[in-house]
Design a protein around this ligand. Sequence first.
Ligand code: B12
Length: 201
Amino acid sequence: VVDMDEEKTPRLCQEALAAGIDAYTAIMEGLAAGMDTVGRFYEEKEYFVPELLLCSDAMYAGLEVLRPHVKVGEHAAAGKIIMGVVEGDIHDIGKTLVKTMFEAAGWEIHDLGKDVKLERFAETLRDTAADVVALSALMTTSMMAMPKAIDMLKAVSPDVIVLVGGAPLNAEIAERYGADGYAPDAIAAVETATRLVTKAA
Ligand code: B12
């Protein structure tokens, strides 16, 4: 991923699987860890946006290989979830990893993608009556849309569980924004959503 190699990354993912490495471990300790390094290089001005784009292409190529092998968890408590990256923000790698884990846990997913207009979250909630809406933001600017999005969602359905996440968020901001939950990573996101849905039932 760090070498921007869209061919070698999926090949290494195949090798990891063949070596018996768990797919989720390979995603988090391989692909996502690579993106962390890429982020550091960007901050140190060693990499710029074109490099980031090539790294994310490599990361997605690897994810294609690993995703089908992520172990499917307990289906019992699975629910229906809407997810997306809020408007003004096109960083979708984290959201895609979160999606992968919800998929593995057997949730029904409505992925709205990136740069999603706030009205679309509310409309989709109206159409699907989902249990959970997961909002992702990677920028301190875009995350400021979250309180408004949460208000709009609660106006459609006061009982909907809104989960927020992304690098600039934390539990304190999430609470201040009126979210029902926050999680720092993809596995914790599924655990938190499952706990909140079970509690609400
Ligand atoms: C890759 C990257 C890009 C790529 C994105 C490619 C893609 N398809 O996503 C590209 C090149 C497109 C890009 C563009 C830009 N970027 Co950029 N980018 C990054 C970078 C290096 C890594 C982000 C990433 O993918 N991390 C890896 C993933 C796995 O981690 P994650 O997203 O945090 O997700 C995990 C958790 O947060 C959590 N999570 C995520 N979402 C959710 C949701 C829920 C509900 C839950 C519970 C959990 C959860 O689970 C995930 C998995 O564990 C970061 C720097 C950094 N260190 O974060 C900058 C960064 C986010 N970018 C930044 C900037 C400024 C930009 C640009 C404006 C640059 C420019 N001048 O054009 C544009 C923005 C365009 C826009 N409007 O959105 C800044 C944001 C600063 C700020 N204001 O906060 C950062 C922080 C870099 C920096 N230090 O300056 N970028």
